[in-house]
Design a binder for this molecule. Structure first.
Ligand code: DOR
Ligand code: ZN
Length: 404
């Protein structure tokens, strides 16, 4: 048993508390404590970040990223849990693919869940099911009629293939990329998935207030990414901004940012989708996808510093809601939850530099943006990062949905 003392985020505010931890789990939260060795944690202490949408490329495309580098990157940015998507080179549509993916993961600094692609087989160990309504990187397309549905989160890539086909055009810059997969494809996809009356639908990477509110009005959980919140198709980063769904025009992005505290928004996920600099260079050949696992929490905390998002909304979108949606014992500093903590000076921003981040891909679309990075990161009670340095060997574990 061990105890920590500091300024913990509990029930919507920072409180001076003692947190007792046993076997990596929070045993109790107390106002006072005596007779035990106590470790003081400086700064403001938040629950560890939960990123429910990453693509770590392991196995099959480890020249872009692997679980070791992807999770290293996540932890440096205050994320201690990730859920990895199934659009691997061999898509995760059956048990063999799922098992060999799990076996290929040699090390992880963060705890992790793995999605399966929705298919005619159910994999109970998967954290959730991914539905692709339109093709993106990896080319998966879900057969909604013949998929077997489980009682767990269904993350929807909401761009309708029919609409993408209808809008096909020469793809040479961010504006034409937007036109080739316009907002209407997102709205049509949301409308279609509603007809299937599935439970636990979570619509990933929404790009506008309109689609966000539409998805929420139909009873879905909603997600947006830092790139749709902070970047747009006129910022001049060319192919390094090519992503599906596309970055929209400035006014649409600014409206999103102005509505980031909206009740219609549940989750901010990175959609970390690394590709190498070389692969990204030529627009028409560039695979879609942007890295973001390391910058997700820091960018949102920097928005908080600027007064653009409340601390309650930051914590609920980055930590609490994703943990609840994925049914994980994480995201809260309360008895029974995993002792995952990050601490930082909330006023201390750092300029983001692609070549200082830890993803294998070596670049970021958020070059020179301000971020608030954690000084200390604890995973299940163990200190794993201190002043920007990893101080423990990789100890992330697989979160088996069957056992949660
Ligand atoms: O831009 C994207 N990249 N969108 C996706 O849906 C997949 C992702 C990737 O895996 O690269
Ligand atoms: Zn994705």
């Amino acid at each position: 048993m061990e105890a920590f003392h500091g300024f913990f985020y509990i029930n919507g505010e920072f409180r001076d508390k003692y947190v007792v931890v046993e076997n990596g789990k929070i045993k109790e939260v107390r106002d006072e404590l005596s007779g035990m060795n106590v470790k003081n944690i400086p700064g403001y202490i938040l629950p560890g970040g939960v990123d429910m949408h990453v693509h770590f490329r392991d196995p099959g495309e480890t020249h872009k990223e692997d679980f070791g580098t992807g999770s290293l990157s996540a932890v440096h940015g205050g994320t201690t849990t990730v859920c990895d998507m199934p659009n691997n080179r061999t898509p995760i549509t059956d048990r063999d693919a799922f098992n060999s993916k799990l076996a290929s993961i040699r090390r992880s600094y963060a705890d992790f869940g793995l999605y399966q692609a929705a298919s005619e087989v159910s994999i109970p160990e998967a954290i959730g099911q991914k539905i692709f309504l339109g093709k993106s990187t990896g080319g998966l397309l879900t057969d909604l009629e013949n998929s077997e549905w489980q009682n767990k989160v269904k993350v929807v890539h909401a761009e309708l293939q029919e609409c993408i086909d209808r809008n096909k055009r020469e793809n040479e810059n961010l504006v034409s990329h937007d036109m080739s997969r316009p907002l209407e494809c997102e709205l049509e996809a949301i409308e279609l998935i509603f007809k299937y009356k599935l439970s636990d639908v979570h619509v990933a990477h929404l790009t506008s207030v309109r689609s966000l509110e539409f998805a929420k009005s139909l009873g879905f959980k909603t997600e947006l990414t830092p790139h749709h919140l902070l970047l747009n198709n006129s910022i001049g980063i060319g192919s390094f901004g090519k992503v599906n769904p596309p970055l929209r025009k400035k006014s649409v992005q600014e409206e999103m940012l102005a509505n980031v505290n909206s009740q219609a928004l549940d989750v901010i996920a990175s959609d970390h989708a690394p590709h190498t600099i070389q692969e990204k260079e030529v627009f028409k050949d560039s695979p879609s996808g942007l890295p973001g696992a390391e910058t997700r929490v820091p960018l949102v905390l920097a928005l908080h510093k600027k007064g653009l998002i409340s601390v309650q909304k930051a914590v609920s979108t980055l930590m609490q809601k994703p943990a609840e949606i994925c049914k994980m014992n994480k995201g809260y500093i309360a008895a029974g939850y995993d002792a995952d903590f990050i601490s930082m000076d909330l006023k201390n921003t750092t300029e983001i530099r692609g070549d200082e981040l830890h993803s294998k891909c070596g670049w970021t679309p958020f070059e020179k943006f301000e971020g608030v990075f954690p000084d200390l990161v604890y995973l299940r009670g163990e200190l794993i990062l201190q002043e920007g340095e990893i101080v423990a060997s990789p100890s992330g574990v697989f979160l088996n949905a069957k056992e949660q």
